[in-house]
Design a binder for this molecule. Sequence first.
Ligand SMILES: Nc1ncnc2c1ncn2[C@@H]1O[C@H](COP(=O)(O)OP(=O)(O)OP(=O)(O)O)[C@@H](O)[C@H]1O
Length: 616
Amino acid sequence: MTTRTSWADMAANSAAENVGSGSSSASNSKPVYVPPHLRNRPPSADPPAPTSTGPASSNDRPGQGGSRWAAPRNDYGNRSGYGGGGRLGGWGGRGGWDRGRDREVNPFGNDDADTEQAFSEQENTAINFDAYEDIPVETSGDNVPPPVNTFAEIDLGDALNLNIRRCKYVKPTPVQRHAIPIALAGRDLMACAQTGSGKTAAFCFPIISGIMRGQVPQKPLRGARTVFPLALILSPTRELSMQIHEEARKFSYQTGVKVVVAYGGAPINQQLRDLERGVDILVATPGRLVDLLERARVSLQMIRYLALDEADRMLDMGFEPQIRKIVEQMDMPPPGVRQTMLFSATFPREIQRLASDFLANYIFLAVGRVGSSTDLIVQRVEFVHESDKRSHLMDLLHAQRANGVQGKQALTLVFVETKKGADSLEHWLCMNGFPATTIHGDRSQQEREQALRSFKTGATPILVATDVAARGLDIPHVAHVVNFDLPNDIDDYVHRIGRTGRAGKTGLATAFFNENNTNMAKALADLMQEANQEVPAWLTRYAARSFGGRNRRPGGGGGRFGGRDFRRDSSYNRGGSDYYSGGNNNSGGYGGGYGANVAIVCIVLVGIGEEILTKK
Ligand SMILES: Nc1ncnc2c1ncn2[C@@H]1O[C@H](COP(=O)(O)OP(=O)(O)OP(=O)(O)O)[C@@H](O)[C@H]1O
């Protein structure tokens, strides 16, 4: 299997190479204990904040009379400067403008980003395209626009095309092939596609392209400090919002489209200043957005595009009231006037039903995952008594070390149940020579961001996490996920293990099981069986005796799994024609949709809300 690195990996690698203690280079020598107060300090040799490559120019925009493709955004001129402090300083990742030079910061961190040569040499092989050859795809809804095979077939605009090349995306992934034409046709969309398959670009490209094409809108009369974004992208966690923002900034580099992120836990004043400098696309977590709306600092009156990432989580009980408030009770244009796109790797039927309130004559798209959910992930479950867990983990880590599986190219993510448990395990690992850090809801946002960076660069190749890191995070090189404490919900398990084996890469997931997890036995055994994993005989025996472990898998008791348009259910009947009036099965022998035994599995990047997570 190809394991060439993407540009993102290369950036991470170069950062890691500059990191001293705890990196893989120290692997063969006795690891050094790092006291807690020094553990997460940014390495002094870490790369500096990316520098600008030049003024935001308009000459890569095709001329389109009256649209923003033809209208350079001269409103950059009067900014007081915004640098965001670069990747490792302050509230990471918000940088869009170079404070001193008043220029758009190059999000590619590559001074040559303007030159064709700089990005034409290597393609992004993060995605294993071979695995997509016979991927099942199903669409339903009226007049579904046909998919495309190449980016060249889609008129996204020169500036965006240039950024796609800078990202080294050579061809669209399956979800992009189908979703982008649907979105460009102005259609509402509910899209279900596997983790790591490029959903972010699938909703970002049409939004950016649409804003570039559109007329520069007349700002409504309102308080001078109110901003009017044209697109809103909501996601359930702070870290996921930051990730989407980083991606969107790359895609919109030098297009004139301005992307701002707002999330809880970070100082609101900085975010207000970011907004004041102008915003076309607002990426936000719901709680912070409600705050901004209530302060009348943001108006949704001009929203043309609404995208919900991890949409099923956003409409799950924790978030639904906030989402309804934002979407239905403020000043956002109604469905049909705005364009709404919902993306996730799972869409349980009840959630689809709820979600349909936000959509108008929408298309449902389901794209199976690369291989199957867990073909790429070897799942192991081991019986480990509570008191033996630490020594068992130590054995695993020593074995990894002995096999040379460690360092920045082989990160280990260890999931535990509680925040206290996370701190305690992290401390113990460090004491025993395994550089670790931790992420959970009791840590400040700054500490959380720092921990993630330290993990990604391999400075601390073990991350002990609660469910705050279970969903939504795209961390390259996670080779091993250890469920030190199993979750109580099989979906959480699926999301956790989905942090490895992403984008066509293989991964390993090990779960520690004991008497405290008997309610998970059946769901776990079913899931493993479905994924052609070896199910230990003892687990099968536990499964035969047990009942529970909320099972959303196909064929499981919960029946919440959704890789199929709920409008096609025979039980669903709401007068028909306004909901579902046709289908387009591109599944190529896939049969009648995603039935009970289908392995689409949308392992998910469903996030848990920060409000919920902070309780963990
Ligand atoms: N067309 C493409 N060619 C090559 N790489 C791509 C392409 N599209 C996306 N990628 C890369 O694939 C990786 C996964 O993309 P992304 O994070 O958008 O997936 P996702 O479907 O949102 O995953 P998840 O469900 O886990 O959030 C990213 O590193 C991204 O840069």
